[in-house]
Structures are given as C-alpha cells and as structure tokens.
Design a protein around this ligand. Structure first.
Ligand code: GUN
Ligand code: ZN
Length: 444
C-alpha cells in the first residue's frame, strides 16, 4: 500500500525562486519559476505544498503556523557545494603559492593535525556552522587520510540532519610519509567507512583519491574496484586544475592519453563522479565526461586565488555534449563559504571567456544544477512537493549599499544579479534543514 503523504506542520511565506529544468539546455524563461508571494509548507522533512500564497493558505490545516518573511526576502532551495575540503578551514587565505607549492607548504602540514579526532570534531563544527550561515545545505566534502576525520564530519552532519557526501582521502605517494596510506589500507579504511556511514539517514560516502599525482595506478584501480562494490557511492577527485599539475600527470602516467584518461582507465569516470576544476580539459575529455555521466565542480574563487585559470562553463555545458556542472567553494584554496560570492567570481570567470553568466543560470547552478551534477536533483535543489525541505531565506536588502541599489532593480533578473555580485553571508536570513530551522541571523 502506498504510504500516506506527509502532513504539513510548518510553512514559510515570501517571494520564491526555483527551477523546473536546466536553463543551459533550454532557456531561463522556460526553466525559472518566480512567485512574488508564495507559501512553502513542509512536514516530516519534505515539502508538501508550494504555490501562490492565496491558493496554498486555504489548503493548509489551521494548526500550521505560516512564518511570513515579507516582500524583501527570497526563498530558494538550499545551496549546494560540490567541492570543499573541511580540514582546510583553519588555513583559508594562505599567501602566495600556486597549487603544488600551496599543497606542500600549507595543506599537508594542516591536514596532519586531523590524526587527532578531537581537533577534527572541533573543525567539523566550525565548518558546518559556516555552511549553514551561508545557506549551504548539502556539500561534497574531502576529509583527510585519517578515517577519524570522516567520522568527525559525519557525526556533526548527522546531528544537524544534513544531506552530506564525504570521504577519506586516498593518497599513497608524493606527500609526506605520515599522510600516506597504502593501496590496501586505503581500500580497507574506505570500505569500513562506507559500511558505517553510507546511506545512514541523509549521509552519502564519496570514494576520494585526492588526485592522480598522489595515488599510484594501483591505488586508482583499487578505488575503481571499491566503487564497483558500492556503485551508489560518489567518487570525487581533482582534474586539470593547474598547468604544472597537468604536465606532472603526463610524466607520471606516460601511457595514458591525457589526465582524464588516467581516471577513466581505472573506471573512475561514471555517474556520481565529481571532478574538481576541469579548467584545462580538452574537447575529447569533455566528450568523455559527457558520455560517462561525470560532473565538473566549478570552483572560481579557488581558481583565481591559486592563479589556476578560469573554467568556461558555457563550453562545458554545450548542449551538443553537455557536461554536468556544479558549483564548488573549494575551501581552503577557495576564499569564501558564500555561494553568492562564488557566483560573483563565476561571473568573472565567464567574462574572461568572453561570455556573461546570467543570474538565472548562476542561481540554477547554485541549486538544482549542483544537485543534478550530484544525481540528487530528485531530492534537493528545487522547491516542489515531495522534495526534501532544505531551504534558504535570503534578505534582498542585507547591506546599506544593496538596499540602495535594489531601489533601481526593475526585474527579478536584475535583483538576483545584484545579490550575486554584492551579497555574502549577511544576505542569509535563515537556513532550514529537512524542514527544521537550523540557522537564523541574530538580528531577526
Ligand atoms: N589538488 C589536490 N589536492 C588539492 C587540494 O587540496 N585543493 C585544490 N584546490 N587542489 C588540489
Ligand atoms: Zn579541492
């Protein structure tokens, strides 16, 4: 017998923005839905009603309390972050290096500290709190080589009820010896973590070879074999971020056609593969990403910070062979937890490629697009009955300058563009996780 639909026990009201499809595949006009005064009701963690306020109000039981955020708010699906390193929170804003030197000088020494579970737990709390403050309700997270760092993150995410993917970094060469695993220990530790955490509530495991230079072909093969055993897990790694890195991979894997082929050869290109960056991928490699259902995580604040380059998102999403693209903060090479600030940089990356990223495309990528890249767009990333009730409420007048500028915005497109260009964590009024208010700004 079908189970009875959830009954609403809570609701919020205000202007709502959501997407019903992919504007890169059709158009913003066809896929963006904006309601100037709507109600979103939810119960048991799931959205039960969404529509114009005057229609929905009469459908709700009288016991449901509708919280009205008013006309200066904007309710959207929670933001997703498809690429982030929680252990790098203490080293965000580290000066002066590009990727490979930055890893050696700042990243590896910091990641060593996560042998200590208590330290890992303290950072996990700070990290997830920052996510909530920035309206991020789902992330795909790198931990460290130490399994206890994965336990720390998942324990805190579980306490908050967040839909979260994460995994232990696999790394058996080209890093300090006390940060290395072996092919066997990496496999065993990852498998134990999958059995412990994968699909426990809203948690999902990501098999996580850091990147080709820090894994032997043998370890990459073993990651592919582990994924065969647990095909609904994620696999996350980095690809074609930096030109020196690309050259190094060529030296390390002379028999492979290119960087992506190293992963493809180990059966790591498939649905639920999330590749960070992909800035310098060739047309053949983008075709491979398309055919295998792999995704790119676009991390513009990181790419500018490390001087890596700038992804051409319209090229990646070319409708003739579209690649799934999500947004990523890539903290701590990324410089902000704010998805709005990240969209601001995504706009600049597109400009440097001679294209302007519209606000409609940008907000799609931050919500439904990243959910699509992660194959969870049937669960999160948009607002509709049956979707999980992960919601963010923006304040569209969060600073004096934005308040002033908004007087002159005469369309929702312009208003959204102002938010993504000028907005940051101050624009996040409230964040709901599975229908539960988990963050609200102190002043309201
Ligand atoms: N490539 C391999 N490891 C990392 C990392 O920690 N950050 C970034 N941005 N790139 C990487
Ligand atoms: Zn990264």
């Amino acid at each position: 017998m079908p189970s009875s639909p959830p009954v609403p026990d809570n609701a919020i009201r205000g202007p709502v923005l959501t997407f019903t499809g992919d504007p890169f595949a059709s158009s913003v006009e066809e896929t963006m839905r904006y309601e100037s005064d709507a109600i979103v009701a939810f119960g048991d963690g799931v959205i039960t009603h969404f529509g114009p306020a005057e229609q929905i109000q009469s459908q709700l039981p009288e016991t449901v309390n509708v919280r009205n955020f008013g006309a200066d708010a904007l309710i959207t699906a929670g933001f997703l972050d498809s690429h982030v390193h929680f252990p790098q929170t203490p080293m965000i804003a580290a000066f002066g290096e590009q990727l490979l030197d930055w890893l050696n000088r700042y990243t590896f020494p910091t990641e060593r500290k996560y042998a200590d579970k208590a330290f890992a737990a303290s950072v996990a709390k700070v990290f997830l709190n920052e996510c909530l403050k920035n309206g991020i309700t789902t992330s795909c997270v790198y931990c460290t080589v130490f399994p206890q760092s994965v336990d720390a993150l998942f324990q805190e995410a579980e306490r908050l009820g967040m839909r979260m993917a994460a995994g232990k970094v696999l790394m058996n060469r080209n890093a300090p010896h006390d940060l290395l695993d072996t092919t066997q220990s990496g496999y065993d530790d990852s498998k134990a973590l999958i059995n412990k955490w994968h699909n426990r509530g809203r948690l999902m495991y990501a098999i996580t070879p850091r990147f080709a230079p820090t894994s032997t072909a043998d370890q990459l093969d073993s990651a592919g074999a582990l994924w065969d055993e647990f095909p609904d897990c994620y696999m996350q790694t980095h690809v074609s971020e930096n030109m020196d890195e690309v050259a190094w991979v060529k030296e390390l894997f002379p028999d492979r056609k290119g960087y992506l082929d190293v992963y493809d050869h180990s059966k790591l290109c498939r649905p639920r593969a999330v590749f960070g960056h992909g800035i310098h991928l060739t047309e053949d490699e983008l075709c491979c990403m398309h055919h295998t259902g792999s995704a790119i995580s676009h991390c513009p604040t990181s790419n500018f910070f490390l001087g890596s380059g700038y992804l051409d998102v319209y090229r990646a999403k070319d409708p003739r062979r579209p690649v799934r693209v999500g947004i990523g903060t890539d903290l701590g090479a990324g410089t902000s937890f704010s998805i709005l600030a990240t969209l601001n940089e995504a706009y600049k990356a597109a400009q440097l490629n001679g294209k302007a990223l519209t606000a409609g495309h940008a907000f799609y990528v931050a919500t439904r697009g990243t959910a699509h890249a992660m194959y969870i767009d049937d669960k999160v990333g948009s607002i509709a009955p049956g979707m999980e009730a992960d919601l963010v409420v923006l304040n569209m007048k969060s600073t004096p300058l934005i308040d002033y500028r908004m007087q002159f915005a005469d369309s929702i497109h312009e208003a959204l563009f102002v938010q993504m260009t000028l907005g940051d964590d101050r624009a996040i009024q409230a964040t709901y996780i599975a229908g539960k208010l988990q963050y609200q700004q102190a002043s309201i």
